[in-house]
Design a protein around this ligand. Structure first.
Ligand SMILES: [Zn+2]
Length: 321
């Protein structure tokens, strides 16, 4: 393994999600030179997904392409190049030798990491960085069907033991007291603040069934008090946890992304208020912001992995087969 891509060479970024694989050929200056996407063969197993990733590489490939960066769902070990663990969204995905499997299929060196960390990496540079000498300390939360995240300290992304750094959803949360978490523990943030957690809390308190968060959000918009309370509680739990972390790490920048914050202003107001209430005096001006986003953020983050993470090399190099 080496961590060097020839200066100035374009690289290929792949964003692997449960429904879609997006690919881009990215120039050294961040310009997207080519794009392609296709559906993820999620039910066909890991080998089929690796084959599909290789097809996406071929779709945007140029002879100058120096490496491939893959941002993938699940817990990814960038050093081993493997999928440490994953949900069943992609059948048989846990344990997959992602980097070597794709390197063997394409003849190109491959770097990989989880999708949230790749997206967060795009927040570390560019015009919004605060220009301090050691680099940005960033807390990036992704609140959706789970609560994921990424943490960078002084400009360096944390991976930690077994690659699990950034799992913000598994912080203890007073709002989640007594609730079982997906990880097997009790009282973690995710249990009250992820979309399913908010929906379940609404059902518990109202006695009314709700299939998904959008249903709860619609009832809150109609003034249903239990729906409003469940959304505000989830938002407050995230705000408090992020405020505490900001104090602990000395955060310069806090980003809140994912699907849940998009349910409306009431959610973000509650989150911001709870966040601000936790801050120590030197951080008082800090407020969470949405991701910079843009339609290319995921593939750009994936491409950037080739410049910061170990590259897993194929045994032979050349044009992708
Ligand atoms: Zn947990």
């Amino acid at each position: 393994m080496t961590a060097h891509v020839p200066g100035g060479a374009p690289v290929i970024g792949l964003d692997l999600g449960g429904t879609k694989i997006a690919a881009a050929l990215v120039a050294a200056d961040g310009t997207v030179l080519a794009r392609h996407s296709l559906p993820t063969p999620a039910t066909a197993g890991a080998e089929a997904v690796l084959d599909a990733l290789a097809r996406e590489v071929r779709a945007v490939w140029t002879p100058a392409a120096a490496a491939v960066g893959v941002a993938a769902a699940g817990v990814i070990d960038p050093v081993g190049g493997t999928v440490t663990s994953a949900t069943d969204t992609i059948r048989g995905w846990a344990g997959t030798a992602l980097a070597t499997g794709l390197a063997a299929r394409t003849g190109l060196p491959v770097a990989c990491d989880n999708d949230v960390r790749a997206a967060a990496a795009t927040e570390l540079s560019g015009p919004h960085a605060d220009g301090n000498e050691t680099g940005t300390t960033l807390i990036y939360a992704a609140v959706g069907t789970g609560v994921g995240g990424a943490v960078a300290v002084d400009g360096r992304m944390l991976h930690g033991a077994a690659g699990i750094a950034g799992h913000l959803g598994h912080l203890p949360s007073p709002e989640a007291e007594g609730l079982p978490c997906t990880c097997g523990a009790i009282g973690h943030l995710e249990a009250i603040a992820a979309g399913p957690g908010i929906t379940a809390h609404y059902t518990r308190t109202s006695g009314l069934p709700a299939d998904r968060l959008e249903t709860v959000a619609a009832r809150a918009a109609e003034g249903e008090p239990h729906a409003t309370a469940a959304i505000v509680l989830g938002a407050r739990a995230v705000g408090r946890a992020l405020g505490g972390l900001a104090n602990a790490l000395g955060a310069h920048r806090v980003v809140v992304g994912g699907g849940v914050p998009r349910i409306g202003a009431r959610y973000l107001d509650a989150l911001n208020t709870a966040f601000a209430a936790e801050l120590m005096p030197p951080l008082r001006k800090l407020r969470p912001v949405p991701p910079r986003g843009g339609t290319d953020a995921a593939v750009l983050g994936a491409a950037a992995l080739t410049r910061t993470l170990p590259l897993h090399h194929p045994h032979t190099t050349g044009a992708p087969r």
